[in-house]
Write a protein of this length. Structure first.
Length: 198
């Protein structure tokens, strides 16, 4: 009797395993492709009423809502945006600082001088944002370096979306200005503080 039950359980389990493999080896369809699987002839099903899409616009055809390479190239290869297309606002600078602190400061440091904590542990130092060459570089240069990487810097196109890259560029400009402001742009009180008189 026990052997009969064990044999029946073994047969059932082997049937489940075959069923699982049949489920794994199903045909794969692209969205909106034709299929004989459903009566309407399409592989895609209409969304359930009341659901919201996970991604919109440029992000729709990407995995996990992240921007894919085709969409990325459409955003980033637009050569018309040599300067930051976003107006410089406090909100943009705060977002840029937040993203900069996460992605850039480990190497570039919070001051942008190229002396981040990774560099202090032996990693090659990136150039300071405060050198003339980078102060005179167009905004697009920084955007492209973040996107494509440069030298040993890894590209961040798949980690930082385009609007956040522009926010980082705005913050880099603020860092540069903080170390290179012209004296005629300072108030009398700021000049006195700078000279140690207050």
């Amino acid at each position: 009797m026990r052997w009969g039950i064990a044999l029946a359980v073994l047969c059932l389990c082997s049937g489940c395993e075959k069923g699982m493999h049949d489920m794994y080896d199903q045909a794969r369809y692209k969205p909106l492709a034709a299929s004989t699987m459903f009566a309407d002839g399409g592989a895609s099903r209409a969304p359930v009423e009341g659901t919201e899409p996970h991604a919109r616009g440029e992000f729709v055809d990407t995995s996990s809502g992240r921007i894919g390479m085709d969409a990325q190239e459409r955003w980033d290869r637009d050569e018309s945006a040599q300067a930051n297309p976003y107006p410089t606002t406090l909100a943009l600078l705060q977002r840029g600082q937040q993203r900069f602190d996460i992605y850039c400061s480990p190497c570039h440091s919070v001051r942008g001088d190229g002396d981040g904590f990774i560099v202090r542990r032996g990693f090659p130092s990136p150039p300071s944002y405060h050198i003339d060459r980078l102060r005179k570089a167009p905004d697009r240069h920084f955007f492209d370096v973040i996107t494509q990487g440069y030298g040993i810097m890894y590209p961040y196109a798949d980690r930082v979306n385009p609007s956040d890259r522009w926010a980082i560029v705005a913050y880099i400009r603020a860092l540069q200005l903080s170390q290179n402001v012209q004296a005629e742009h300072l108030s009398a009180q700021e000049l006195a503080r700078l000279r140690g008189q207050q």
